[in-house]
Design a protein around this ligand. Structure first.
Ligand SMILES: *[C@@H]1O[C@H](CO)[C@@H](O)[C@H](O)[C@H]1NC(C)=O
Ligand SMILES: *[C@@H]1O[C@H](CO)[C@@H](O)[C@H](O)[C@H]1NC(C)=O
Length: 323
C-alpha cells in the first residue's frame, strides 16, 4: 500500500507543472538557479580569467568585465583571488552591452591590511522586487589584483512565465508557459494576444489570453485602442480569417458569401457562396443573413434565376425578364 502511495506521489511530482496550480490555474514560476556558463573575461590590461577551480594566475589591473552571454537574474557572484584580495572592490551590473552600469556592491578598503580575503561572495537580496537583471558584470579593484576564478550563479530571466530554461543556449531559452513565447517569454503567442503581455508576479500570473476567432484564424494582434474602448476586456483582432469569414472575431461572412443559419459560426461551412445568377442578378454579392441576391427588374428567386409573375424570359442580358 505504502509503495503504491510513494509511486503515485513520485508520479504526481514528475507530471506537476510549477507554472500551474494542480487545478490548472496559472501561477508565477521561476527556473532554478544554476552556474552560468560562458563567463568570459575581457580585461584590457591583459588579464586572463578562468571559471575553473584551478584557474590560471593572472593579474588584473583596474577592472575586469564578464559577459554572461545573455540576460540573467543574478543570484550570487563569487570571486577568488590568487594574490591577497584587492584593497577595495566595486561590483557593477549592466543589462545590455556597454551599460549603463549599476553599482551592486561596494566593498571599502580593508583597514590596515595589504589585501582583503581571498574569496568574496556577493549575494543578491531575496525577493522579486530586488531582482538584479544582468548580462554583463564589472569588477573594479582599487588597484592590482590577481583574480583566479569568478563564479556567477543566477537564473534565466523568464519574467515569471517558465520553470525550465536552457541556460547554456545563446541566447538562453526559457521553456515558456502561460501562452507566452520568445527566449525570455517576453511576448504572447500569436493566438493569445487578446490582452497586453505582462510579466508574472507572485500575486498575479498575468497569462496571455486567447483571441476569440471562432476557430477561423490562428493569429491575432493586440490593439491597445480597442482594448481601452472595451474597458480592459479584450483587444485582440483576428488576422487572416479563413473559411470565407471576416471581421475582428471572424464572426461574419466575406462579401459574396452569406451566413448559413443551419451551421454554428465556428463551423468551416458557416459561410456559403451566394451563387447569384450571372445574368439574373445585378452582382455577385447577396444579403449576409438571407442569401438573397440583388435581382434585375422582373427577376426573382434567392439566386435571381427565375422570372417573376407577369414577366417572361427574353434574350436580352440587360433585361432578362420582360413584361
Ligand atoms: C595599471 O593601470 C594604471 C592606470 O591605468 C597604469 O598607470 C599602470 O601602469 C598599470 N600597471 C600595469 C602593470 O599595467
Ligand atoms: C437582409 O435580409 C434580412 C432578412 O430578410 C433583412 O431584414 C435585411 O434588411 C436585409 N439586409 C439588407 C442590407 O438588405
Amino acid at each position: 500500500m505504502s509503495v503504491t502511495f510513494a509511486l503515485l506521489l513520485l508520479l504526481s511530482q514528475a507530471t506537476s507543472d510549477p507554472c500551474y496550480h494542480p487545478g490548472g490555474r496559472p501561477r508565477f514560476c521561476l527556473p532554478p538557479v544554476t552556474q552560468l556558463a560562458g563567463v568570459a573575461a575581457s580585461c584590457p590590461q591583459a588579464c586572463t580569467l578562468s571559471t575553473g577551480a584551478e584557474g590560471s594566475r593572472a593579474t588584473c589591473n583596474g577592472s575586469v568585465t564578464l559577459a554572461l552571454g545573455g540576460s540573467f537574474l543574478l543570484a550570487s557572484v563569487s570571486l577568488r583571488f590568487c594574490t591577497p584580495g584587492p584593497p577595495a572592490l566595486v561590483l557593477s551590473a549592466a543589462w545590455a552591452t556597454g551599460g549603463p552600469w549599476r553599482s551592486l556592491w561596494r566593498r571599502p578598503t580593508w583597514p590596515g591590511a595589504l589585501g582583503g580575503p581571498e574569496k568574496v561572495t556577493f549575494r543578491a537580496p531575496a525577493g522579486s522586487k530586488a531582482s538584479v537583471v544582468a548580462s554583463h558584470l564589472r569588477v573594479e579593484f582599487g588597484g592590482r589584483a590577481g583574480l583566479a576564478a569568478a563564479g556567477v550563479r543566477g537564473r534565466c530571466q523568464c519574467h515569471g512565465h517558465a520553470a525550465r530554461c536552457a541556460a547554456r543556449a545563446r541566447p538562453p531559452r526559457c521553456r515558456c508557459r502561460h501562452h507566452t513565447t520568445g527566449p525570455g517569454c517576453e511576448s504572447c503567442r500569436p493566438s493569445h494576444r487578446d490582452w497586453p503581455w505582462r510579466p508574472a508576479t507572485p500575486w498575479h500570473p498575468h497569462p496571455c489570453l486567447p483571441c476569440s476567432c471562432n476557430q477561423h484564424a490562428r493569429r491575432c494582434r493586440f490593439n491597445s485602442e480597442l482594448f481601452r474602448l472595451s474597458g480592459g476586456r479584450s483587444g485582440g483582432v483576428c488576422e487572416r480569417c479563413r473559411h470565407h469569414t471576416a471581421g475582428r472575431h471572424c464572426h461574419y461572412c466575406q462579401p459574396g458569401f452569406w451566413r448559413d443559419p443551419g451551421q454554428p459560426i465556428t463551423s468551416r461551412k458557416a459561410c456559403r457562396a451566394c451563387q447569384c445568377h450571372p445574368i439574373g442578378a445585378t452582382g455577385g454579392t447577396c444579403n449576409q443573413t438571407s442569401g438573397q441576391c440583388s435581382c434585375k427588374i422582373g427577376v426573382t428567386g434567392l439566386t435571381c434565376s427565375r422570372c417573376g409573375p407577369g414577366y417572361q424570359q427574353s434574350r436580352s442580358p440587360r433585361m432578362p425578364c420582360q413584361r
